[in-house]
Design a protein. Structure first.
Length: 138
């Protein structure tokens, strides 16, 4: 009976160690890495022909997609100075995007939006990535 218990314990320990060492955490929350950036906006009149103002944009929604997924993993609003940051990310590939007015359609009342996407990869456990400004039209 003692030999069976010893063999059973050895098998369970081996399976446990194999599961711990073979698990690779996918891109997403749960780590110590950070990505940050700012959103800069050009604000046009309703004909989209005349620039009214430009500057860093508070209150814009920034979305993040984890890995190869196109689903939104998380979102947040930019701060008063147009800045944003996603904290606690793991190693992997990511996409950050903000929707922008499609100014190629020069018609009054156009509300067509297109995403402005920045892709990046986190390679270090505690890495901080500073993205270039995400430039949008409003």
């Amino acid at each position: 009976m003692s030999a069976i218990n010893t063999i059973l314990k050895s098998v369970l320990i081996t399976v446990f160690i194999f599961n711990i060492t073979s698990c690779k955490k996918p891109a997403g929350p749960g780590g110590k890495a950070t990505v940050k950036g700012k959103v800069y906006a050009y604000d046009f009149d309703n004909t989209q022909q005349y620039l009214i103002s430009k500057g860093y944009a508070p209150g814009e929604t920034v979305n993040i997609c984890y890995g190869n997924s196109t689903a939104i993993g998380n979102d947040l609003k930019t701060s008063y100075d147009g800045s944003f940051q996603f904290l606690y990310l793991t190693k992997g590939r990511y996409k950050v995007f903000v929707n922008s007015l499609d100014t190629s359609k020069k018609i009054k009342g156009n509300a067509t939006r297109i995403p402005v996407i920045k892709e990046f990869e986190i390679t270090g456990a505690t890495q901080t990535i500073d993205l270039e400004d995400i430039i949008i039209n409003k």
